[in-house]
Design a protein around this ligand. Structure first.
Ligand SMILES: NC(=O)c1ccc[n+]([C@@H]2O[C@H](COP(=O)([O-])OP(=O)(O)OC[C@H]3O[C@@H](n4cnc5c(N)ncnc54)[C@H](O)[C@@H]3O)[C@@H](O)[C@H]2O)c1
Length: 254
């Protein structure tokens, strides 16, 4: 077995920053060779540089997860250059928040395409390798918004949809040694939540303080809080846990 094949390979979408970057670094520290996939290869390279500086293995890949051709090309390239991917973290995401009466067709379509179509295309391309290896882990990023959130008819629908997707993958792929689980984070301090603060005209520090005050553990989440749970779902010992949604929100959000 070549060296490239002796290490398990993971793909983290949206890995250039935020939760994806922390997750890619955590999985690399756990011993996976990590393909960091994002819209722009150069932005993903920053995460790969951090992985390599810490002694890990990584590959930066540019692709739009909502584009079928780009997804297939990316997964083929990862399999050829890093090895067969057996872990997939569907983390890439965007917001196009608006109240229903102001929500445009494109606000709706972009959010559906990145979260739902993206997770579908990536999972369909990657599962082939997992099934061949008779081992795999798929982790989908849902959100507490799946329970409903003002101004997020598109996003809450996509994040609830990902929960159904996760449960179905768990049922279909279980007999091949592949688990599928979802993580539903609450407020995590990233560029995504900063953009929401900016849009609302609230300084990010005040926004964080306000959010933290309503969370039982009395703080907002950090990307590493989510990376830790991804690491658990991808571990060898988590093979009997599948089709689950864990709310990582600093309290019993669900
Ligand atoms: N931050 C939070 O509070 C929070 C809460 C619940 C769920 N989430 C979910 O967690 C995930 C990560 O969130 P984050 O806060 O780190 O966001 P972020 O905006 O900081 O990072 C998202 C990354 O996804 C990439 N991306 C966007 N569209 C893409 C596409 N079509 N193809 C490939 N990459 C694409 C972006 O370039 C970016 O690097 C998202 O799915 C988000 O919905 C975040």
């Amino acid at each position: 077995m070549s060296e490239a094949n002796s290490t398990r390979v993971a793909i983290v979408t949206g890995g250039a920053r935020g939760i994806g970057a922390a997750t890619a670094q955590r999985l690399a520290a756990d011993g996976f060779a990590v393909a960091v996939l994002d819209l722009d290869e150069a932005s993903a390279q920053g995460t790969v540089d951090a992985i390599k500086a810490a002694g890990g293995q990584g590959l930066a890949v540019g692709a739009d997860v909502s584009d079928a051709e780009q997804v297939q090309t990316a997964v083929d390239r990862i399999a050829a250059e890093l090895g067969a991917p057996v872990v997939l973290v569907n983390n890439a995401g965007v917001l196009r928040d608006n109240m229903l009466f102001k929500m445009s067709d494109s606000d709706w379509d972009i959010v559906m395409n990145v979260h739902l179509r993206g997770a579908f295309l990536m999972s369909r391309a990657a599962q082939k390798h997992m099934i061949e290896q008779k081992w795999g882990r798929i982790v989908n990023l849902s959100s507490t918004s799946a329970l409903g959130n003002r101004g997020q008819a598109n996003y809450s629908t996509a994040k609830a949809g990902l929960q159904g997707f996760t449960k179905t993958l768990a049922i279909e792929l279980g007999k091949f040694g592949v688990t599928a689980n979802a993580i539903a984070p609450g407020f995590i301090q990233t560029e995504m939540t900063k953009a929401t603060a900016d849009r609302m005209g609230i300084p990010f520090d005040d926004f964080i303080k306000g959010a933290g005050a309503s969370i039982p553990v009395a703080r907002v989440g950090q990307p590493e809080d989510i990376a830790h749970l991804v690491s658990f779902f991808c571990s060898e010992g988590a093979g009997f846990i599948s089709g689950q949604v864990v709310y990582a929100a600093g309290g019993p959000k669900a």
